[in-house]
Design a binder for this molecule. Structure first.
Ligand code: R5P
Length: 236
């Protein structure tokens, strides 16, 4: 196989994930550049007559899926899903993830948790031994955002995590606002020695809505590198 660039690798992983989709399935659609390849490929199948019902994890994905006329639902109307396909910012050997680089991790986690299976699609650059090189996104309430940020710093330090915790901003300088109307802080810890402990500690902070650590949710990772596909975990 010819060497793949990262975007070709993402598309290859998305194409492999498409093989898991069967007629009649209720699907969760992830967010991000890798998930967008999956939506493209799924859209082509829907145009050929594939019958699926999908719940998007962001307004961006909803808009993209709409352009293909992919039948869409909500987690309220379709609260139980068969399969979610989504990207990730990092994954480790235990299939723990960091997600939320695109700000969608709250809906992504809710949709993944409502699914029988979550399968992650990535390029090889996302594989790590220890999570944390990618800044951990933490969605927080707008009210008292600075107080919450300081509590996050203290709670993280007690879990062995230190580093900048910064409010995410848009290019014009204002705070980034999620689809849910919240802010995000990005925590540059470098390494997260105990993701389970950090997860619990963060969720105990009243202003924290949801963080981007996905633990025990991904059943498999389809990882495409310059030489082809590697599967971690169980695809079915
Ligand atoms: O909020 C965004 C999501 O968690 C994405 O799935 C994640 O950031 C990976 O995105 P990409 O496929 O663009 O690297």
């Amino acid at each position: 196989m010819a060497l793949l660039n990262p975007d070709e690798a993402k598309r290859l992983a998305a194409a492999k994930a498409l093989e898991l989709v069967k007629p009649g399935m209720r699907l969760g659609l992830g967010t991000g550049t890798t998930a967008a390849h999956f939506v493209d490929l799924l859209g082509a199948k829907v145009a050929e007559g594939l019958d699926v019902l999908c719940v998007p994890t962001s307004e961006r994905t909803r808009t993209q899926a709409d352009t293909y006329k992919i039948p869409l639902s909500t987690l309220d109307a379709t609260p139980e899903l068969d399969l979610t396909i989504d990207g990730a910012d990092e994954f480790d050997p235990q299939l723990r993830l960091i997600k939320g680089g695109g700000g969608a991790h709250l809906r992504e986690k809710m949709v993944a948790a409502a699914s029988k299976r979550m399968v992650v699609i990535t390029d090889a650059s996302k594989a790590v031994q220890t999570l944390g090189k990618f800044p951990l996104p933490i969605e927080i309430n707008v009210f008292g955002a600075e107080a919450t940020r300081l509590m996050i710093i203290r709670a993280a330090a007690a879990c062995g995590c230190q580093g900048d915790v910064k409010l995410r901003r848009i290019p014009s300088g204002g705070p980034y606002v999620t689809d849910n109307g919240h802010y995000i802080v990005d925590a540059s810890f470098g390494a997260i020695p105990d993701p389970e402990k950090l997860s619990t500690a963060l969720l105990e902070i009243p202003g924290v809505i949801e963080h981007g650590l996905f633990i025990g949710l991904a059943k498999a990772v389809i990882c495409a590198g310059s030489e082809g596909i590697e599967i971690f975990g169980q695809l079915d």
